[in-house]
Design a binder for this molecule. Structure first.
Ligand SMILES: CC(C)(COP(=O)(O)OP(=O)(O)OC[C@H]1O[C@@H](n2cnc3c(N)ncnc32)[C@H](O)[C@@H]1OP(=O)(O)O)[C@@H](O)C(=O)NCCC(=O)NCCS
Length: 193
């Protein structure tokens, strides 16, 4: 599937050089959304450390952009030391962009990425009061169950096919073009031209 646009949004994968976009987005989450995202109240120092460590975990991160600003993210992280097993996903949409379908689109991207990496089971943990997250997990037919006061969504991605691999590759190439256009040097060149 080519890049997704919702009301002028572009959804693309983040490059490893763009961790600060992920960090700044997480820092902008309002108190309640941040609590829902991390399952507890966390301070800015926690968010800084969390974003810094994403590189170590080889996470796949998708961002949703309006222009240069990223205001939603989805993270796919392996559990253990290989993608061929379990993986977990987490989502965050800044308050003013919630309820417009971004979270649903992001979950679709994460399922595709998990599928293409041979992930066996994909988990999504959320607080039991998080009805929106449960709603979008249900849209993709995830099984939901309670575990220690949280709701865990579990789904089994299908096996990769040439079409699913091609679909992600196409996303990557479109995302690369958008990332390059967003590169600061190119921005300066464009405004000087
Ligand atoms: C949970 C979250 C990722 C969902 O993203 P989103 O872009 O708001 O979600 P969408 O707009 O794609 O879908 C929301 C769905 O929940 C439904 N919904 C909204 N409020 C609801 C409620 N109180 N109860 C049940 N369903 C609700 C919407 O109607 C929509 O379903 P529909 O498409 O069938 O109408 C986002 O709200 C968010 O970032 N919240 C804070 C962080 C968080 O909770 N992360 C998840 C844990 S990792």
């Amino acid at each position: 599937m080519p890049e997704t646009r919702i009301w002028g949004e572009t959804i693309r994968k983040l490059w490893f050089t763009e961790t600060e976009k992920f960090r700044d987005h997480l820092l902008r989450l309002d108190r309640e959304s941040r609590r829902m995202r991390f399952g507890m109240l966390v301070d800015d120092a926690f968010v800084h450390k969390y974003a810094e460590r994403t590189g170590q975990f080889q996470s796949v991160i998708y961002g949703s952009f309006a222009g240069r600003e990223m205001h939603a993210a989805a993270e796919l992280r392996m559990i253990g030391d290989s993608w061929h097993g379990d993986a977990e996903a987490a989502f965050s949409v800044e308050r003013e962009y919630q309820d417009s379908g971004v979270g649903t689109e992001l979950l679709g991207k994460i399922i595709l990425a998990a599928r293409n990496r041979g992930v066996d089971r994909l988990y999504m943990n959320c607080l039991s009061e998080n009805r929106k997250m449960q709603r979008i997990a249900k849209k993709y037919e995830a099984d939901l169950f309670f575990d220690h006061g949280e709701v865990v969504g579990q789904l089994k991605p299908s096996v990769p096919t040439p079409l699913s691999l091609w679909s992600e590759a196409l996303d990557n190439s479109n995302g690369f073009v958008m990332a390059v256009l967003d590169f600061p040097l190119l921005q300066r060149f464009n405004s000087a031209a």
